[in-house]
Write a protein that binds this ligand. Structure first.
Ligand SMILES: Cc1cc2nc3c(=O)[nH]c(=O)nc-3n(C[C@H](O)[C@H](O)[C@H](O)COP(=O)(O)O)c2cc1C
Length: 217
């Protein structure tokens, strides 16, 4: 697939088919994602790939924790955000709600428990950064994330970045035996989209360039 086609057609999928993806395909996606740029090529990312039954076991634990602790998807901002950002988040929810309701589900439950279930994806990448790195190196993880979702598209896979799992980091690390010194940044569900699922009809919009670009000459 052409790079620009991948950039233009990639989208987050929120219902996956329960079909395993071969280790060869996942390795090909990860090898391509590893071409991501990073500061002085330190490649600080560390990945834990959780697949098959282990992925399902992890989700059962996360959903149990969610039902006890109720930490939900949201902007997670410490301060009030400018209205245009909140407006974009609201638009996302407003457009997705009728699609999720068509599936007989409630929006909040579908998004929160769905995120923690990785929307049924057969594979999930957990992206970590060692605590010894300064916060600036999160940009490198973001860079890897972007390459990962595009590499997945290039290899015929669908994906959804999932940040909510970060709220349950302690449980994840204990369950997967990951040292305390590793910080979970984000997770990515990987698999094949369930094509008939209404939620996958959702298309996110983008702001006009004039809203976020200033030219100086
Ligand atoms: C860092 C990050 C965290 C995200 N966390 C979640 C999440 O927890 N649950 C979810 O359903 N989508 C999540 N998303 C997906 C975004 O909602 C999605 O990227 C956005 O709405 C734009 O849509 P698109 O990816 O289809 O272009 C996340 C995306 C990013 C980049």
């Amino acid at each position: 697939m052409d790079l620009l086609d991948a950039i233009r057609t990639r989208r987050s999928v929120r219902a996956f088919r329960d079909e395993l993806i071969s280790r060869d395909v996942l390795n090909a996606v990860l090898s391509d994602a590893a071409n991501a740029p990073s500061a002085i090529n330190m490649q600080p990312w560390e990945l834990h790939m959780v697949i098959g039954e282990e992925r399902k076991r992890l989700s059962r634990l996360l959903i149990r924790s969610f039902r006890e602790r109720k930490l939900t998807c949201g902007p997670g901002a410490a301060h009030t955000l400018p209205d245009r950002f909140m407006q974009r988040a609201r638009e996302c929810a407003e457009l997705m709600t009728p699609l999720i309701e068509r599936m007989g589900a409630d929006f909040m439950t579908y998004i929160n428990e769905g995120s923690l279930n990785f929307y049924g994806a057969p594979a999930v990448a957990l992206l970590f950064l060692d605590e010894s790195f300064p916060p600036e190196r999160m940009t490198d993880i973001g860079s890897f994330l972007a390459y990962l979702v595009l590499a997945a598209t290039g290899h015929g896979l669908d994906s959804c970045p999932i940040g909510l799992v970060k709220s349950y980091e302690d449980e994840v690390k204990e369950h997967l035996n990951i040292p305390e010194s590793k910080n979970l940044v984000v997770t990515v569900a990987l698999g094949q989209a369930e094509l008939g699922a209404a939620v996958n009809e959702f298309r996110s919009s983008r702001a006009d360039l004039r809203e976020f670009v200033r030219w100086i000459e």
